[in-house]
Design a protein around this ligand. Structure first.
Ligand code: PEP
Ligand code: MN
Length: 289
């Protein structure tokens, strides 16, 4: 493969190209468009995923689902298994949370995005989810990546907390090398010396990955900033920078959220975000469809 890529010629970063192949633009020059039950992500299509950080109750989830659907999102996000920094923090409702997500799909038609934190749970989560999320803390859990690569579900692969772009693309290669080519990358901020923000959202990585890879890249300005006041500006910037979509935390009442309330948008602010993003998307020649 190295020989083939070297022959591909100018502009190829050999140090990087050497370690991955299927994810690269050299392997596939045209943008990959991933179709999730009629909603497309990539190319000219934006995918918008929104919902609470964690599934807390059926009522909370259904309220959030109706809000994000009404504002134009195609996907409902919500964690049933939460990878929390503290073992004493709310860990999620587990399978009951998955059942609530499935109920929200029935009631709204939204596609379900939810995290799988363990290789042994891939089968169970796949049973309920339309898109499997692999979180930042698991980006280099290679066994989990391989198991995800053996499913028929699209995978949302978040960038690791301290992962280089090359490591992130290699993680995507793990999934694709098992036969699952439907990988959506997600920039969600990285650890730097800055402490004002929860993470430093690396929008430069979006532009870089669009050059290096054909895969769609979406942005998570919620975890990327940790502050709800920054979410709308960074969502606008992400779309302007060429992102193929967004994943946004929205809670019916962020003040009482069990997880990540400080970075969660109110329904009103999410509607504003969607209005602004659609305007920028139109300039960029993209649409939410
Ligand atoms: C999440 O999306 O709920 C999450 C935990 O994100 P990350 O893995 O990016 O921290
Ligand atoms: Mn969260």
């Amino acid at each position: 493969m190295t020989q083939k890529l070297m022959a591909a010629g100018a502009g190829v970063d050999l140090a990087i190209a050497d370690s991955y192949n299927l994810v690269s633009r050299q392997f596939k020059p045209e943008d990959t468009v991933i179709n999730v039950m009629g909603a497309k992500i990539g190319g000219r299509h934006l995918g918008i995923m929104a919902g609470p950080c964690a599934v807390e109750s059926l009522e909370q989830l259904l309220t959030a689902a109706r809000v994000v659907k009404g504002a134009g999102a195609q996907f409902l996000r919500g964690g049933a298994y939460k990878p929390r920094t503290s073992p004493y923090a709310f860990q999620g409702l587990a399978e009951r949370g998955l059942e609530f997500l499935a109920e929200a799909r029935v009631q709204t038609g939204l596609r379900i995005v939810t995290e799988v934190i363990d290789a042994s749970a891939v089968e169970l989560v796949s049973h309920y989810a339309d898109v499997l999320q692999i979180g930042a803390r698991n980006m280099q859990n290679f066994h989990l990546l391989k198991m995800a690569g053996r499913t028929d579900k699209p995978i949302l692969l978040k960038r690791g907390l301290a992962a280089t772009i090359s490591e992130w693309l290699n993680a995507a290669e793990y999934i694709m090398s098992e036969g699952n080519y439907r990988v959506i990358l997600c920039e969600r901020g990285i650890r730097t010396f800055e402490t004002y923000t929860r993470s430093t959202l690396d929008l430069g990585a979006v532009a870089a990955v669009k050059n290096l890879s054909h895969l769609p890249v979406i942005v998570d300005p919620s975890h990327g900033t940790g502050r709800w006041q920054m979410v709308r500006p960074m969502a606008r910037a992400a779309i302007a920078a060429g992102a193929d979509g967004l994943i946004i935390e929205v809670h019916p009442n962020p003040a009482i959220a069990l997880c990540d309330g400080k970075q969660s948008l109110t329904p009103e602010n999410f509607s504003r975000l969607m209005y602004e993003v659609e305007a920028i998307a139109a300039i960029a020649g993209k649409a939410i469809d």
